[in-house]
Design a protein around this ligand. Structure first.
Ligand code: NAD
Length: 362
């Protein structure tokens, strides 16, 4: 069940109390089998609110792990498993993940493997986690530098999404999540596409954000429900991510890590240029590319690479999971709402797009 609204306190308390018998008086304090996973920042920013909703969480039922990508490691998983085990978590226990995409990924992974799987709920607290990472059942951790190499496909049984948390989120994180919103706008077309051409609402404007969150969750859930294990159309959600991941990994290797969404945003712009080379209606695709490029240029700083970096970028692109043997396969958007997957692209076309970017980055 995905809930998206403003009164998370009521919704969350009701869901918890309905999980227990009515004699629990809406409090989980005496119930030892609900565990709360948060990061340092969500512990200080969000946990007291949840604590109030449930009438007091015992300290032993809370584990705080590092913020961000550092949490997605085998070592952190071991600490989560040990915490669950030493507090007697059993098959019927519940893990509640409160945090960004990284925390939801690692918490979901641990829940889906501890005792071969216990129930988990997500309370995403970043824009990216609300519109993307917390929804769709991909859990995972990194194996060294290999992102999301270990994981499961397991759905959270409840997801509680509210724009309430956005107000403490740094602007960089809002922008990072907004790239996925732009992607969803491209995939959906129509009003969603119109919306992503408008400025982002202020984080105090809960109503505006609520409507944005709702259509984003709707499109992601619809695509996922039709292809849970990404055998076909779920690949559409990788739009912008082939070149985006290459830019992200390349920047990381250069010691200049960039937020995931910034790389995805530029991936969307560059892949829309690539779409022109395979499009049957070049003029329309050219206009569409121009429009995406302007949106991205106005919001995201350019990503620096030179002509001599293109072979390294091509190596990342060749290593993409979506490729089939030596054929480079992309998800592509030709016009708003007209997106397709498994489109073969010649390496020369990609090199040309990267070269053009070096010549005119902004
Ligand atoms: N499972 C999926 O389908 C999926 C999809 C997309 C991305 N992801 C994963 O999501 C991760 C990125 O997620 P992210 O962008 O949310 O980053 P993140 O989880 O690293 O969070 C970004 C930062 O924001 C802080 N934060 C969280 N909530 C806050 C709040 N309300 N106020 C202030 N600070 C807050 C975090 O502690 C962290 O420092 C990556 O690991 C990526 O692989 C997973």
């Amino acid at each position: 069940m995905i809930w998206c609204g403003l009164d998370i306190a009521t919704e969350f308390s009701e869901a918890l109390s309905s999980r227990f018998d009515s004699t629990s008086n809406n409090t989980i304090a005496p119930k030892p089998d609900v565990f709360f996973l948060c990061s340092h920042s969500t512990h200080s920013l969000c946990l007291s609110f949840i604590d109030d909703c449930v009438g007091g969480i015992p300290e032993s039922n809370i584990l705080t792990i590092p913020d961000g990508e550092e949490a997605k490691s085998l070592i952190i998983c071991e600490s989560i498993f040990n915490w669950l085990q030493s507090n007697n978590a059993q098959r019927g226990s519940l893990l509640i993940n409160i945090g960004g995409g990284a925390l939801c990924d690692v918490g979901g992974f641990c829940a889906s493997t501890y005792l071969r799987g216990i129930e988990f709920w997500n309370i995403p607290t970043t824009l990216l986690a609300m519109v993307d990472a917390s929804v769709g059942g991909k859990t995972g951790i990194n194996l060294g530098h290999y992102k999301n190499y270990i994981g499961t496909f397991t759905q959270a049984s409840h997801i509680f999404i509210t724009p309430h948390w956005l107000k403490t989120l740094p602007q960089t994180e809002i922008l990072s999540g907004w790239a996925e919103v732009i992607k969803h706008g491209i995939l959906l077309g129509g009003k969603a596409w119109q919306q992503v051409q408008q400025p982002m609402p202020n984080t105090n404007d809960y109503q505006a954000w609520l409507s944005i969150l709702q259509w984003n969750i709707k499109i992601k859930s619809r695509i996922v429900s039709e292809d849970f294990e990404e055998k076909g159309q779920r690949k559409l959600l990788n739009l912008g991510h082939t070149i985006g991941h290459a830019l992200e990994s390349f920047s990381l290797d250069q010691g200049k890590a960039i937020p995931h969404g910034f790389a995805v945003a530029w991936g969307l712009a560059l892949e829309s240029a690539l779409a022109i080379s395979v499009s049957t209606e070049q003029e329309t695709s050219q206009d569409f590319h121009q429009c995406i490029k302007e949106i991205v240029q106005n919001l995201y700083p350019p990503i620096h690479f030179t002509q001599s970096d293109i072979p390294a970028l091509m190596n990342y692109i060749r290593a993409d999971k979506k490729n089939n043997n030596d054929t480079l396969l992309f998800s592509m958007a030709f016009t708003p709402g007209d997106c397709r997957f498994n489109i073969p692209v010649a390496p020369e076309s990609i090199i040309k797009v990267l070269n053009d970017y070096v010549g005119h980055p902004h």
